[in-house]
Design a protein around this ligand. Structure first.
Ligand SMILES: [Zn+2]
Length: 280
């Protein structure tokens, strides 16, 4: 059953990546040429937030991030680094298994966190870092990965070519609290809540599950969202809606396939719920 589940998830996310993230206009200083909004427009019309975590897994901090997300019923995307996933640390395989069991989506963030657009890096070395990361993460996790995020969010013709060859769509972000740089929880909290307060449309938040600042700031951010949504409800304003990673995958299934699946899967709870239930 587990294998079937994994296969279906792989198929769904695969289909999803073909259709995906490349819609959107404008550019932001930190976006480095990737389209914004990073995950398309809001599906609900509410301000929407997608949680993503990069650079892990860390044996010490990732389990804490997972505890916090579980408490708030949030399903995120984890962009793992191959070296971390295949580090040989005995705790890591269980942490990766828990990421999947908790319903998050695992994705590729290269093998060694190389800047794939750096001129000094050869084409072969860049391709190897991308491919080795994917292979290592998949070996440890036992699932296919389809989503990819370039270290440092870089973009260049070489990377575009490599992604096109592999039918991979890049998964960028909209909000970067930079805790990877300053490791300051207060700064991260202030940045995120300031942006969430005025947020419209769908925003992808980038955080790092290997940073202590993330472990401290994340529950504060989630408590702030709960309080903010209570305020908004009282004022009859649109709430901040957190979009789960499986939901994001499912909504990207082409409409005709969705219609086919609706016929093929006898449903009581609606196709969305069915899809969510077969994703890990
Ligand atoms: Zn990174």
């Amino acid at each position: 059953m587990k294998r079937v589940r994994r296969f279906v998830q792989a198929a769904l996310v695969s289909i999803a990546t073909i259709t995906t993230i490349t819609s959107g206009g404008g550019d932001r200083a930190h976006a480095k040429g990737w389209p914004t909004p990073a995950a398309g427009p809001s599906a609900s019309g509410d301000p929407e937030l997608v949680f993503t975590f990069d650079d892990g897994p860390s044996p010490s901090t990732t389990p804490k991030v997972l505890d916090i997300l579980a408490k708030h019923h949030i399903k995120a995307v984890f962009f793992l680094v191959g070296e971390m996933a295949g580090s040989g640390n005995q705790k890591v395989p269980a942490i990766i298994a828990r990421i999947l069991a908790d319903g998050h989506v695992i994705a590729n963030h290269t093998m060694t966190h190389k800047d794939l657009c750096r001129k000094k890096t050869s084409d072969e070395a860049a391709a190897k870092d991308l491919d080795d990361g994917k292979a290592t993460i998949e070996r440890v996790a036992g699932v296919h990965t389809f989503w990819f995020r370039a270290p440092y969010g870089v973009r260049c013709d070489r990377l575009d070519g490599m992604l096109a060859e592999r039918h991979i769509t890049h998964f960028h972000w909209d909000l970067d609290p930079q805790e990877w740089k300053h490791n300051d929880a207060k700064k991260a909290f202030d940045y995120v809540t300031k942006n969430l307060a005025k947020m419209t449309g769908r925003n992808v938040l980038l955080m790092h599950d290997i940073k202590k600042a993330t472990v401290i700031a994340l529950p504060q951010i989630l408590d702030w969202i709960d309080a903010e949504n209570a305020r908004r409800e009282a004022a009859h304003k649109r709430p901040i809606r957190i979009v789960s990673a499986p939901e994001l995958a499912a909504e990207r299934i082409p409409a005709d396939l969705r219609a086919w699946a609706a016929d093929a899967i006898p449903t009581r709870g609606g196709l969305g719920a069915r899809l969510a239930s077969i994703l890990p």
